[in-house]
Design a protein around this ligand. Structure first.
Ligand code: MOS
Length: 692
C-alpha cells in the first residue's frame, strides 16, 4: 500500500461529527429510534431530610396510559452492592431535596408527568443543614481528595518561614456551588430483552456505565451494552452514571421488551447529576522582599454529602506549581444534606487556582513586582513535590510569549488609574497547570477493509471535544494512510475497552491504544495487508513517564473595563498561551481552549448556584437564572500555543487540552478587575456592586 508521508496530526480538521450535529441528523441518546417506547418521569423529594411516610398512588395508576408506578416502598430491589447515589428507591429515607422517591412510566411523557403530579406524598421531615461555611463545626479531615490525592501534605518548616518572612499575604478566597449545564441534558433509553440490558445513555464513559451498573443490577457485565456515539456536552457530569441511569434500568425491567426513555429536565439537572461544591481557600504566602517565595499554605474547605464523599481537591495544584521549600496544604470537608458533588471541568484546579493565582497577584502588589516577573522568579527547576524532572515545562515561555502578544506593560501596574470615558480599564495575568493523565486499560482494534482503507474501533466517547476527529488523525499517521481512509468507531461498550473521557486523559489514553494496535498491525501484516486483516491490542504502560512529572501549562491574559458609575464589568479581550505538547488538531484544540476560557469568564462573573438553606434546593435552577455567558459577554478571545513535542508524555507527543483552558482564567479576570479599580474580589462571582 502507499505510505503517506504527510502527517495528519497537526492539520486543522473540521470535526467529523460537526455537520451531523448542526443539521440535527446525529442521534443523541434520547433520539435513538426504538419501537414503541414508554416514558419515565420521576417524582423528587420536596424535603431536604427525613422520611417518606406514605405515597398514595391510586390516582396516578388510574390515569389512562400509565404502565407502571414505582415508589420507595415497592420498587424492585437492587443488590447489596449498590452504594451512594446508585441506591435508588430502596428506602424511604430522604438525604437531600430533589432525591428521586418515585417514578411513573407511561405511554407518553405527558401522561407520565400528569400521573406524577397525581401522587400524594406524605413526609416526616427532620431538621436539615445545607448551609456551607468554612467554619462549620462538622468540618472533618478526609483521607483523600478527588483524584485519589492525599488530603494533606507538608514539606519543610512552614511556621519558621512565616516567622522570618519580609512579606506575608494572608487571605480567604471563595467559590460558589456551580452546576454543569451541557446543552444536551442527561438522558437515557433503557431496554431489557432476554435478560440483556441495552442503554442509549448520554455518557463520557460507555464501559464505565457497564462496570458501575452491572453489580448494582446484579447481572454480568457481558449482558449490558451502552451505546452513545454523539454527546451534547458533559464537562465531567456525564463521567459516571447517576441515579437516573439506575432508575431507567430498574423501570425497564418491569416492562420487559419495551424501551423506557428518561430525559432529565433542566431543573432536575440541579439535583442528582453532580455539581461543583462550594470552596473556601485560606492562602498564605511568605516571601522575601524580592518576591522569592519562602512559605506557602493552602487550606481548602469544601462541601460533601451524606450520599457519598466527594472532596474537591482545591489545594493540590499548590503542591508543585512554584519553587517553595516550606509548604502545607490541607483539605477539609463537611457532609451536608445535599446531593453528592461530582466532576465539573477541572475539579480542584479551577477553584483552587482561582484562589492561588489571585493570591500571587496580591503578593506581586505587596512586593511591588510585576506579576509575570514574580512567577518567573519562583519557577522550579524540578518538581518540588516529587523531586522528579519535568517531562516538559515551558510555563516561563507561556508567560513571556503570551505577554508579548497581549501587549503586557510591566510599567503600568498601578491600580485604578486608567480611565477612558466612563470606563476604568485594567489587565490581569494568571497561570494554569493541569496534570497530564494517561489512564491504563484502553484497547483498540484495527481492520483493513481493502483499498488502503481501515476501520478502527474503540469504545471512546466524544462529548463535544473533537476527540473523535483527533483519534482519526492519530490513526491515519499510525497506519500511514490518509485521514479520509480511516473510519473510527466510538461510543459503544461493544467496542474494545476505553477509559473515561475525563481528566483531559481521553485522547492521550485512547490514542496510545490506537498507536499500539497500529504498530502491531504493521508488524503482523506488513505493508500489504489482506482485505479483512484485523488485530486488537491494548495500550502498554508508559514506563518512562514514571520518571517525570508531566503537566500541561498555560498563561491567561485578560483585559477588563468597569463602568466607573454602575460597576458594569466587560471583558473585551482575553488571550491564553498554552504548553500542551503536540497539538493533534489545531481547530478543535483551540475550540477547547477558548471554551475553557469562556468557562473561566463565567466562573469569574456569572455562575453561582444559590441554595436556599431554608428548603435545601437550588433556587436558580434553570438557564434563565443560572447565568452563563452569551456571545455578547465574550469579546476578542484567543488561544495560542507553543510548538512542542512531549514524547515522554505520549507517543504522539501530546498532553491533555480538555481542562487547562478554565484553570486560572477566572483569576486573570479578577486580577484585571483589581488593576482597573483597585478592588480585590475574593469571593466569586464578582458582581458589579463589588467593584463600584
Ligand atoms: Mo472532566 S471534569 O474530568 O470530564
Amino acid at each position: 500500500m502507499n505510505r503517506i508521508e504527510d502527517r495528519a496530526i497537526g492539520t486543522s480538521t473540521a470535526r467529523l461529527d460537526g455537520s451531523g450535529k448542526v443539521t440535527g441528523t446525529a442521534p443523541y441518546a434520547y433520539e435513538h429510534r426504538v419501537a414503541d417506547p414508554a416514558y419515565l418521569v420521576p417524582a423528587t423529594a420536596t424535603i431536604a431530610r427525613g422520611r417518606v411516610r406514605k405515597i398514595d398512588t391510586t390516582a396516578a395508576r388510574a390515569v389512562p396510559g400509565v404502565l407502571a408506578v414505582l415508589t420507595v416502598f415497592d420498587a424492585p430491589r437492587l443488590t447489596a452492592d449498590a452504594e451512594g447515589e446508585y441506591v435508588v428507591l430502596q428506602s424511604p429515607d430522604v438525604a437531600y431535596r430533589g432525591q428521586m422517591i418515585a417514578a411513573v412510566v407511561a405511554e407518553t411523557p405527558e401522561v407520565a408527568r400528569q400521573a406524577c403530579d397525581e401522587l400524594t406524598i406524605e413526609y416526616e421531615p427532620q431538621p436539615h443543614d445545607t448551609g456551607f461555611r468554612r467554619d462549620h463545626p462538622a468540618m472533618y479531615a478526609p483521607e483523600k481528595a478527588n483524584g485519589g490525592y492525599p488530603a494533606d501534605s507538608e514539606r519543610g518548616n512552614v511556621d519558621a518561614a512565616f516567622g522570618s518572612a519580609d512579606v506575608v499575604v494572608d487571605e480567604w478566597y471563595s467559590t460558589p456551588e456551580e452546576h454543569n449545564n451541557p446543552l444536551e441534558p442527561h438522558t437515557v433509553v433503557a431496554l431489557w430483552e432476554n435478560d440483556e440490558l441495552t442503554l442509549y445513555d448520554s455518557t463520557q464513559h460507555p464501559h464505565g456505565v457497564v462496570e458501575a451498573l452491572a453489580p448494582v443490577l446484579g447481572i454480568d457485565p457481558s449482558r449490558i451494552r451502552v451505546i452513545c456515539p454523539y454527546i451534547g456536552g458533559g464537562f465531567g457530569s456525564k463521567g459516571a452514571p447517576h441515579a437516573h441511569d439506575v432508575l431507567a434500568s430498574m423501570a425497564a425491567r418491569v416492562i420487559p421488551g419495551r424501551a423506557v426513555k428518561f430525559a432529565v429536565t433542566r431543573q432536575d439537572m440541579f439535583g442528582y447529576v453532580g455539581y461543583r461544591a462550594p470552596t473556601a481557600s485560606h492562602v498564605c504566602m511568605a516571601a522575601d522582599r524580592d518576591g522569592t517565595l519562602t512559605g506557602l499554605i493552602h487550606e481548602a474547605y469544601t462541601q460533601s454529602s451524606h450520599v457519598s464523599e466527594f472532596v474537591e481537591q482545591a489545594a493540590v495544584s499548590a503542591r508543585s506549581l512554584y519553587r517553595v521549600p516550606n509548604l502545607r496544604t490541607t483539605h477539609r470537608a463537611v457532609a451536608l444534606d445535599v446531593p453528592a458533588p461530582f466532576w465539573m471541568r477541572a475539579p480542584g484546579e479551577a477553584p483552587g487556582m482561582y484562589a492561588g493565582e489571585v493570591a500571587m497577584d496580591e503578593l506581586a502588589e505587596a512586593c511591588g513586582i510585576d506579576p509575570i516577573e514574580l512567577r518567573i522568579r519562583n519557577e522550579p527547576e524540578v518538581d518540588p513535590e516529587t523531586g522528579k524532572p519535568w517531562s516538559s515545562r515551558r510555563l516561563v515561555e507561556c508567560l513571556r510569549e503570551g505577554g508579548r502578544r497581549f501587549g503586557w506593560d510591566p510599567d503600568d501596574r498601578a491600580p485604578g488609574l486608567r480611565r477612558h470615558g466612563r470606563w476604568l480599564t485594567g489587565t490581569g495575568v494568571a497561570v494554569a497547570t493541569y496534570p497530564h493523565m494517561v489512564n491504563p486499560g484502553s484497547e483498540a482494534s484495527i481492520r483493513h477493509e481493502g483499498d488502503d482503507r481501515f476501520v478502527v474501533r474503540i469504545g471512546a466517547a466524544d462529548l463535544g471535544t473533537g476527540a473523535w476527529t483527533a483519534l482519526t488523525l492519530i490513526a491515519a499517521d499510525a497506519l500511514g494512510c490518509r485521514a479520509d481512509d480511516v473510519r473510527v468507531e466510538i461510543g459503544d461498550s461493544a467496542l474494545p475497552n476505553a477509559t473515561v473521557a475525563g481528566g483531559s486523559s481521553g485522547t492521550s489514553s485512547w490514542g496510545t491504544a490506537i498507536m499500539t494496535a497500529a504498530e502491531e498491525f504493521r508488524k503482523r501484516f506488513g505493508d500489504r495487508p489482506e482485505d479483512g486483516a484485523e488485530i486488537a491490542a491494548a495500550a502498554g504502560d508508559n514506563r518512562e513517564l514514571e520518571h517525570y512529572r508531566a503537566q500541561s501549562y498555560g498563561a491567561h491574559f485578560a483585559e477588563v473595563r468597569v463602568d466607573a458609575d454602575t460597576g458594569e464589568i466587560r471583558v473585551p479581550r482575553m488571550l491564553g498561551m498554552f504548553s500542551v505538547g503536540r497539538v493533534i488538531n489545531p481547530r478543535t484544540a483551540r475550540s477547547q481552549f477558548i471554551g475553557g476560557m469562556c468557562f473561566g469568564i463565567s466562573m469569574a462573573l456569572f455562575e453561582e448556584s444559590v441554595r436556599d438553606s431554608r428548603f435545601g434546593h437550588v433556587v436558580n435552577h434553570d438557564l434563565a437564572d443560572y447565568h452563563v455567558p452569551t456571545h455578547a459577554d465574550i469579546g476578542n478571545i484567543d488561544a495560542a500555543w507553543l510548538d512542542e513535542d512531549d514524547l515522554r508524555a505520549t507517543p504522539t507527543g501530546s498532553r491533555g487540552v480538555g481542562e487547562i483552558g478554565i484553570v486560572g482564567s477566572a483569576a486573570a479576570v479578577v486580577n484585571a478587575l483589581w488593576h482597573a479599580t483597585g478592588v480585590r474580589v475574593r469571593k466569586l462571582p464578582a458582581h458589579l456592586e463589588d467593584v463600584s
